[in-house]
Design a protein around this ligand. Structure first.
Ligand code: ADP
Ligand code: ZN
Length: 613
């Protein structure tokens, strides 16, 4: 079956996300690969789709037992025969999985790294046709990373034990070059294709608040936001206190920190996963294993110790690609707590390093600039302009309407494009300012109607506005070194459609304009269809029913993204239903009738339209 068929049939998706197609092409043609992609980018699909394409079995090495269980559940719900082997299985279960693997009844088997070199696993692997070994959280092999696991060093030894060398694929969200290098070397990848995607998560909205009363701010946040989420605290004591208060105030809150027994932690995690608890209040002990794709917010009740941890923790929101909020409650005294914690452990070098990292974290909390830009530049990415979708870009500050000037810039670029020409910022600015130098004259740009349209504007003002238009996707810049500008289709919204463009004043007085809800760029086909909240709520209720009956987390039935797509597309027939993102053959068969019943019962006419875009 061609890989695009596999994508639709088993996973229900129409197209690949950034990086996926290249990695999958490499793996299916027998080449090793390393994928460095942020959380939520879709790394799992990069080995799950090839597993269905390649003959034989794919072994997935994954560090967390809870993660395996979720992944296997989600795969089974898609009709992909998968299983896991780890210490949670009893003897009988273990024997059954082994037998199924031998008989070819399983295409994907998750294995804990500690198991790999055990005699029974080696026996099994030697008799199985293993086509692909995929290493999840591959940074665990590096001693430079924070999550080093000695058992990961068994992976290359295990691969060497196999009669025929399989293709090896490694995946991580860790960006540092040193760790990446370590993965390539230690894992022994063979002329691998290395794919690094950008670290931006466009569907996440970042914000820093400085509430006087953090608890009041938290309850207000929970009142005004939907869905479930994580509240991170920096100490166990604070996590206990916040969870206790929330519970007393009638909010279903679970707690999670290293001071609880394994059993308690497991229970908390399950309560959160199965939506029995809306909120989990946790320390950073609640980490890597969280595979819940519909986390709608991550609130940091305290400032974390460095930007990398912050981005990793906040990044657990919105893995399904739908809008999600990452809010940090900042208070100066968090800095003192962090310093205290830092000074408690490690040698002097480490302490000095951690204090430096803390300084950058403070920088994030204190900046007036775009938060997304701050983070991406921290990770060494080049960022063009502000994001327009973070707390600093779109709220909390006085703004000036700059729509007319924006229209002037766009129309200038548009006229250049109409003549099949595109220029970089400097030429555009000079044209707008009416500066007739040699370059302008020989290109006849002084004959454009927009020549001199912004005669009185300063260069820096035009720059800010231009950057903003680029950041907001009204202008596209070429990716060569000239960075020439062309209008995007969206520019019409500003030129004709009444969409306004604002710039933040640099003045100090904060105001709070209501913020527009942004549709995630990743959530397919943008804002074309309005989503009825009423219908969405009913679809969610149906999903909850089914999930309870089947004993699986709700997002295993359908992701939020799939339900939103149902609202947009309003499928009537089974064929329509297959067009919904996230609906493959098995989900059509399993749930199609119930969801279509609900959707068809809802007539398009009388639906109350409390729409969001
Ligand atoms: P990662 O492991 O990189 O953190 P996941 O593999 O968990 O990310 O994927 C995140 C979410 O994105 C999942 O809900 C997954 O089903 C979804 N997803 C993956 N690939 C695609 C795609 N091509 N189109 C739409 N959704 C996708
Ligand atoms: Zn921003």
């Amino acid at each position: 079956m061609p890989i695009t068929r596999i994508l639709k049939q088993y996973f229900g998706y129409e197209e690949f996300r950034e990086g996926q197609a290249e990695i999958i092409a490499a793996l299916t043609s027998g080449r090793d690969a390393l994928g460095v992609m942020p959380t939520g980018a879709g790394k799992s699909l990069c080995y799950q789709a090839p597993a269905m394409f390649l003959p034989g079995v794919t072994l997935v090495v994954s560090p967390l037992i809870s993660l395996m269980r979720d992944q296997v559940q989600a795969l089974s719900a898609n009709g992909v025969p998968a299983a896991f082997i780890n210490s949670s299985l009893d003897g009988g279960q273990y024997a059954r999985v082994m037998a199924e693997a031998r008989s070819g009844a399983r295409k994907i088997i998750y294995v804990a790294p500690e198991r790999l070199m055990s005699p029974s696993m080696l026996d099994l692997a030697r008799t199985l046709p293993v086509s692909l070994v995929a290493v999840d959280e591959a940074h665990c092999i590096s001693q430079w990373g924070q999550d080093f696991r000695p058992s990961y060093l068994d992976i290359p030894r295990f691969v060497d034990e196999l009669p025929k060398r399989p293709v090896v694929a490694a995946f991580t969200a860790t960006a540092t070059p040193r760790v990446r290098e370590d993965i390539l070397l230690t894992l022994g990848l063979n002329a691998p294709l290395v794919v690094t995607t950008g670290f931006d998560r466009p569907n996440l909205r970042f914000e820093v608040r400085r509430p006087k009363d953090k608890y009041a701010a938290l309850t207000e946040f929970l009142r005004s936001h939907e869905g479930s989420g994580i509240v991170y605290c920096s100490t166990r004591k604070e996590a206990e206190a916040v969870a206790g208060k929330l519970a007393a105030d009638g909010c279903s809150a679970a707690r999670y920190h290293a001071g609880l027994s394994g059993e308690e932690r497991g229970r908390s995690q399950d309560d959160f996963l199965f939506d029995r608890a809306r909120v989990i209040v946790a320390t950073n002990a609640f980490g890597m294993g969280i595979d819940k794709s519909d986390v709608r917010f991550v609130v940091h009740y305290n400032m974390p110790q460095n930007v990398e941890s912050y981005y990793q923790e906040a990044g657990r929101a919105g893995r399904d690609g739908l809008p999600a909020d990452c809010v940090l409650f900042y208070a100066r005294r968090d800095v003192n707590t962090a310093l205290f914690l830092i000074n408690q452990s490690g040698n002097e070098d480490e302490k000095a390093r951690n204090r430096r990292l803390l300084g950058q974290m403070e920088g994030y909390c204190e900046t007036d600039g775009c938060l997304r830009r701050f983070v991406l530049e921290y990770f060494g990415e080049r960022v063009e302009g502000d994001c327009g979708n973070c707390g600093n870009c779109d709220g909390g500050f006085a703004v000036t309407d700059a729509t007319v000037d924006a229209q002037k810039i766009l129309s200038c670029v548009g006229r250049m494009n109409k003549q099949n020409r595109a220029f970089g910022f400097a030429v555009i600015r000079k044209t707008l300012q009416g500066k007739r130098d040699e370059g302008i004259a020989c290109r006849k740009l002084d004959e454009l109607p927009t020549f001199g349209a912004m005669k009185d504007a300063s260069a820096s003002y035009i720059r800010r506005l231009f950057d903003k238009l680029a950041a907001q996707g009204y202008i596209a810049l070429s990716d060569d070194s000239y960075r020439t500008a062309s209008l995007t289709a969206r520019a019409r919204d500003v030129l004709l459609g009444g969409t306004s463009v604002t710039l933040r004043d640099d003045g100090p007085e904060p105001t709070k304009p209501p913020r527009p809800r942004q549709t995630a760029p990743g959530s397919s086909k943008g804002a074309e269809g309005a989503v009825s909240e009423g219908l969405l709520a009913r679809l969610k209720a149906l999903r909850t029913d089914i999930a309870r009956k089947d004993g699986v987390p709700a997002f295993v039935v359908f992701s939020d993204a799939a339900l939103v797509d149902m609202c947009r597309k309003r499928p009537r027939t089974e064929e329509d239903f297959l067009n919904v993102s996230g609906v493959g053959q098995v989900k059509l068969k399993r749930y199609g009738r119930q969801f279509l019943g609900l959707l068809n019962g809802v007539g398009a006419s009388s639906e109350p339209q409390t729409d969001r875009q």
